[in-house]
Design a protein around this ligand. Structure first.
Ligand SMILES: C[S@@+](CC[C@H](N)C(=O)[O-])C[C@H]1O[C@@H](n2cnc3c(N)ncnc32)[C@H](O)[C@@H]1O
Length: 274
């Protein structure tokens, strides 16, 4: 099995749309009349959740006439938030077939299908012509991709000259072993966590100019502590990442929080310009 097949299999839930709709209904949402904001506790599959996407959106400088490519869009949380907030067009691509189907179904339910489209594709072979997009984002995806040089070359190819690329990945800030499973990988075989320095070097080599680099570690730690404190009192939330990840969420989340708290990894945002 290739790395991409292993990665897609790891993320595949099997009955994700039904599970999400049941969780939404159980928490009192009207699933026949959904707003994108109803989904914000389950459709942001990254540290810092919606708050991190809000910051990324501000730093990307999106405008209504722009077309954003979200590489590794998952079930479309960032795509829906950014399309709705900035009134821009968004195209999402993702390796995991089920995520693409669920992204489309949720987007249809939120009435955002005129602004967002999704494609099942690899970030290493983007199915778009050169210069197709005004901006691009990559949110917690690079940890699954060994060949980041090809990834950044592909994003650079499909961006218009001067277009901004927001990378928001978990990066290594201390050389110490990671415990698995992680939310993105069962074992180290499909995990490729790199340092900010490696990201900067590879982005620059593909023609990007680095504009900004920011750690979101404090934000992620604060929100994850709040979530854990609440769960310790009330039990696991009805709406949380456990809905997407399934029964294995607990050990996967525990390992990522442990490495975050220990200062081995941090969610880092880099804004680069093509
Ligand atoms: C942790 S999730 C993040 C999803 C989304 N960006 C978000 O923040 O909610 C990682 C996503 O990257 C996708 N992915 C991993 N490797 C990929 C690749 N080579 N090409 C496209 N998507 C990929 C996975 O299928 C998964 O949906």
């Amino acid at each position: 099995m290739t790395t991409e097949e292993q990665v897609a299999r790891y993320y595949t839930h099997g009955s994700l749309e039904r599970t999400i709709l049941d969780a939404l209904a159980a928490s009192g949402k009207d699933i026949d009349n959904l707003a994108a904001s109803d989904l914000s506790l389950i459709d942001e599959f990254h540290l810092g959740w919606r708050a991190a996407t809000v910051e990324l959106g501000k730093d990307l400088g999106l405008l209504p006439q722009m077309h954003l490519l979200d590489v590794g869009c998952g079930i479309g949380g960032p795509a829906r938030y950014l399309a709705e907030t900035y009134e821009c067009r968004v195209t999402g691509v993702d390796l995991t077939e089920e995520f693409v189907e669920v992204a489309q179904a949720l987007t249809d339910r939120c009435g955002l299908d005129d602004r967002i489209e999704y494609h099942q594709a690899s970030a290493l072979a983007l199915p778009f012509d050169e210069g197709s997009f005004d901006a691009a984002s990559l949110i917690h995806v690079g940890m699954n991709i060994a060949d980041k040089a090809t990834l950044f070359a592909e994003v650079h190819r499909v961006l218009k000259p001067g277009g901004r690329f927001a990378v928001y990945d978990i990066m290594r800030i201390q050389d110490a072993p990671l415990n698995y499973p992680m939310p993105w990988a069962e074992t180290s075989e499909t995990s490729f966590v790199e340092t900010p320095d490696t990201y900067r070097t590879l982005l620059t080599a593909q023609g990007f100019a680095i504009e900004q680099e920011q750690s979101r570690r404090e934000l992620a730690m604060r929100l994850s502590r709040e979530m854990r404190d609440k769960a310790a009192v009330e039990g696991p939330p009805v709406l949380g990442l456990g809905v997407i990840i399934g029964p294995s969420a607990k050990p996967r989340m525990a390992n990522v929080f442990e490495a975050l708290d220990a200062g081995i990894i941090a969610p880092m945002q880099i804004i680069a310009r093509a």
